[in-house]
Design a protein around this ligand. Structure first.
Ligand code: ANZ
Ligand code: ZN
Length: 876
């Protein structure tokens, strides 16, 4: 084997096979070492991965490998988020069964992932579509059902009136069904829910304990849970107006408000179209009934409801103002009032709420400001098109005049708590949450079946546990709209487990977010027959480091936190918080390329000419180069891992993904970047071999004393180990890479300073130590290269199993400085020099640097300027 070049194509598969054959990444639960659990969000098996998918796995892998070397029993598992709509779409479009499509994708993606050299325990691999996985999910569902944490209620869905089917939110495009193009309607359907709202306060409070989560994610969760403190206020219906319309037994309308201070600015009440009073009125008012139907057009997404034009219907009824019996306020039905928040009714104060203002302008209602901004003139202050929602002093508000907003809120609450309508206080303080119970019913085939049987006499009955799993029937068709399970007669018709009468299986399947809400608990057991093992969970959880995309900052993480609490309530686990550390990585972006005809081109179809120009290799025609964007199949700006592996080796890809940018930021994949990584990999290879050639043999005794040069190198080696350990611990991979670069320069300088055959024993020892330390430090980042070097150093075992190097603290005391090196005005490198180095010494060292030599290309520099303690400028 030649030593002047590292051959990744030969080395990488060889080491991967050895790791696999020796099973070194298999994790055991009875291992006595301290545990470390690191995992990345598992992938959806959509087809093939591109390098953009790889970044978080590589980051997790570096951490896993480092911790393993540092003596931890590391759990680093992988699985597949395998249920979901795309498999069903493939079935509809290409006639392939969702199961076949999914498992084929898993097989090819697994191969691709393995190509990245990830140190995963594949023995714990799971696929959520596998009955051995979802059987436990069905048990969990029944536990929740028994505890009333799972329940059924009527709820609105997106209904496609042409296909006669329920649509998922992502199947509603601009308010229309994705296949039929029909305007989607809202319909009520009985559906399953998980009672996440029971845990709202705890989910909120515990965010404060998650000190290793990004603040941004905690804030997003806080807003999503949306705790608000307000007042419920009863408005008495005025008998002086349309007494005949008021339904018997209805004396008042209850609203929820967070701004009771603005009560004197109220100019209307609005009811939700689903409010019971609306329903009662609509029964006798055709125009209102038609209005309610019109409100139901459009999807059920929050966005759809938010962006709809505000519409109202005047019922003719009026209510009496709670603080001024001489005033009445009209009652409308309005499309923007949701039935499932607060009380389903509001009072509108147009001067201080934009939505109310728009509504008031549309229907000609009065706008009375009651909060005066500081410094404004009460005689002149008016509200035109923009509501004022800031602080100020109350005016136009009788006994509240002169109070600040908070004081006025309190005064109104006190007053209304004392008043009564019938035997109810007219005001009641109330805490509300935006968080809704989690609707988990999906009218789809490719999901976990809900283990319930509906009986006419017994109602919904849980499938007896000894009859689980309820597996999906294989023989179904996808050639008609609707849920194939509804048509699977043989599967559907079963006797009631309680009374034996003919009954029907539930045909809803679970939201795929359920599948991902407990998979981290499943990973804990190494015994597949105990998929949720309390002891194993106690041992491994919480996950020490979870890594994934910011797009999951809300739902997935919140559902997982809820699930862990609900399982705790059912006695299935002891913990409450699943993830102690969370990291959200940035994406990998790439330029886009388009040919003349406007077709997207793959990067490998394009030759870059520099300065933003490029041509299509096949035809030579000009290519339009677009700015870097998230890698995506549709724009073809993707790079396949196997292509990188074949050309440069995956260690280069790994190095590049870690090197360029802070890990939380997006990183641009470029040809020059990957080439830089390649040069670096080759450089490590050369340095290690030069270190071997010039350094002491492995078993050479440690010299009693070290000279200045040897000590300087030893300091650099030990500093490398110490800083990289810290960088990885903090997930600052780009900084770790920068530290390795710095060290490579120091190592290179030391090598340049000695001559073969004349190396003093202290330097020989230091060179050997440097090579050993470098190899072990880069092992988590470029594991294949490191194994190859490790073998060259003469070690029998694997560096993947070697210990992290021990640092001598005495060598960490700083007496070197790092100088940045500019070549023609741009920063190109760094150099570490002794603090007391002379300008001449620094100059010599700089000229020996590889980056500088490459830039000079054999010529002498035009000029070299050393600014002591600051910077070195080279003019080439
Ligand atoms: C009167 C008022 C005056 C309001 C004002 C705001 C500003 P959060 O903080 O999210 O809880 N609201 C209450 N229930 C609603 C429902 N079911 N559908 C739509 N809107 C509803 O928001 C509470 C505020 O949202 C409440 O305070 C109510 O309008 C509105 F100057 O009451 B407010
Ligand atoms: Zn029955």
């Amino acid at each position: 084997m030649t030593t002047d070049r590292y051959n990744a194509r030969d080395a990488e598969p060889r080491w991967q096979k050895i790791w696999k054959d020796r099973g070194i990444f298999r994790t055991r639960n009875d291992d006595p070492r301290p545990k470390f659990f690191v995992m990345e969000m598992f992938p959806y098996p959509s087809g093939r991965i591109h390098i953009g998918h790889g970044r978080n796995y590589v980051m997790g892998d570096v951490l896993a490998r480092t911790k393993r070397m540092q003596g931890f029993n590391v759990l680093h598992p992988m699985g597949w988020d395998a249920f979901g709509l795309p498999a069903e779409n493939a079935a509809i479009e290409r006639g392939i069964h969702p199961k076949a499509w999914t498992y084929e994708n898993i097989a090819s993606m697994k191969e691709q992932l393995q190509l990245l050299g990830l140190s995963l325990d594949w023995n714990r691999e799971i696929a959520t579509c596998d009955p051995s996985y979802y059987v436990e999910q069905q048990r969990i569902f029944l536990d929740f059902f028994d505890k009333d944490l799972a329940y059924r209620k009527e709820s609105e869905v997106n209904w496609d009136p042409i296909d006669n089917t329920v649509l998922a939110n992502e199947q509603v495009i601009d308010g229309r069904g994705w296949r039929s193009g029909a305007v989607v309607e809202r319909r009520k359907l009985s559906q399953w829910f998980f009672r996440i709202t029971d845990f709202a306060q705890d989910l909120l409070d515990a965010l404060d304990t998650l000190d290793r989560w990004p603040d941004r994610v905690r804030l997003m969760q806080r807003n999503w849970i949306g705790r608000s403190e307000g007042l419920e206020v009863l408005f008495e219906l005025s008998k002086a107006h349309h007494r005949e319309k008021i339904p018997a037994g209805t004396a008042a309308v209850k609203v929820y408000t967070t701004r009771p201070d603005t009560l004197f600015g109220a100019s209307f009440l609005a009811l939700s179209p689903d409010h019971p009073l609306t329903t009662a009125l609509a029964a006798k008012d055709e125009a209102l009934a038609a209005f309610v139907v019109a409100c139901k057009k459009g999807g059920t997404t929050a966005e759809a409801i938010e962006t709809q034009e505000k519409m109202g219907y005047d019922t003719g009824l009026k209510v009496v103002h709670p603080l001024d019996a001489s005033r009445t306020v009209p009652v409308y039905v309005a499309n923007f009032v949701l039935m499932d928040y607060g009380t389903g009714a509001i009072f509108g104060c147009p001067a201080h709420d934009q939505r109310d203002l728009d509504f008031a302008r549309k229907y000609g209602l009065t706008v009375t400001p009651v909060v005066l901004p500081e410094g404004a003139d009460p005689a002149a202050f008016t509200v035109a098109d923009i509501a004022y929602d800031g602080e100020g002093t109350l005016f136009n508000s009788q006994f509240l005049d002169g109070m600040a907003v908070d004081a006025a809120k309190e005064a109104v609450a006190r007053q209304l708590e004392r008043f009564r309508i019938g035997d109810e206080p007219q005001g009641k303080r109330q805490v509300n949450f935006r968080l809704r119970d989690w609707g988990i019913s999906r009218q789809r085939y490719w999901g976990c079946p809900i283990p319930i049987i509906h009986c006419e006499t017994c109602g919904p009955v849980g499938v007896p546990r000894d009859q689980l799993p309820v597996t999906l029937p294989d023989d179904v068709t996808f050639d008609m709209p609707g849920n194939p399970l509804d048509r699977a007669k043989a599967w559907r018709n079963v006797p009631c487990p309680k009374c034996g009468a003919p009954a029907k299986r539930e045909t809803d399947t679970m939201d795929t977010f359920v599948d991902s809400s407990w998979y981290f608990l499943r990973y804990a057991s190494d015994d597949a027959s105990k998929p949720l093992d309390k002891d194993a969970v106690r041992h491994w959880l919480p996950v020490d480091q979870y890594i994934g995309g910011i797009e999951h900052a809300i739902l997935h993480l919140l559902y997982s936190r809820f699930f862990t609490r609900a399982l705790n309530a059912c006695g299935r686990v002891d913990i409450k918080e699943p993830f102690a550390g969370l990291f959200t990585q940035g994406m990998i972006v790439h330029e886009t390329y388009k040919d003349k005809a406007g077709r997207w081109l793959f990067p490998e179809e394009v030759k870059l000419l520099g300065t933003g120009k490029a041509v299509k290799i096949e035809t030579g025609e000009d290519v339009v180069v677009g700015p870097p964007e998230k890698m995506s199949k549709s724009k073809r700006n993707v790079v396949a891992p196997e292509v990188v592996a074949d050309t440069y080796g995956v260690d280069c890809a790994r190095w590049f993904m870690l090197a360029d940018t802070p890990p939380e930021r997006d990183s641009e994949w470029t040809q020059s970047g990957i080439e830089g990584a390649w040069r670096f990999v080759q450089r490590v290879w050369r340095l290690v071999h030069e270190g071997i050639a010039l350094g002491a043999p492995a078993d050479a005794p440690r010299p009693d004393s070290f000279g200045a040069d040897a000590t300087a190198l030893r300091r650099a080696s030990h500093a490398l180990v110490a800083t990289v350990a810290e960088d990885v611990e903090r997930l600052r991979f780009n900084v770790a890479v920068a530290h390795v670069h710095e060290f490579a320069n120091a190592f290179g300088q030391a090598i340049a300073g000695v001559r073969a055959g004349e190396v003093a024993p202290d330097m020989a020892f230091a060179l050997r130590e440097a090579a050993e330390m470098l190899v072990r430090t880069v092992a988590p980042m470029t594991p294949h290269l490191a194994e190859e070097c490790w073998a060259a150093l003469g070690h029998e075992g694997l560096v993947a199993e070697a210990a992290w190097p021990k640092v001598d603290p005495a060598l960490l005391v700083q007496n070197t400085i790092t100088l940045p090196i500019q070549i023609n005005g741009r920063k190109r490198d760094d150099i570490i020099v002794p603090r007391e180095a002379t300008s001449a010494e620094i100059e010599a060292a700089v000229l020996a640097l590889e980056t500088v030599q490459r830039a000079l290309d054999g010529r002498p520099p035009k000029r070299i300027i050393v600014v002591p303690q600051r910077i070195v400028n080279v003019v080439a």
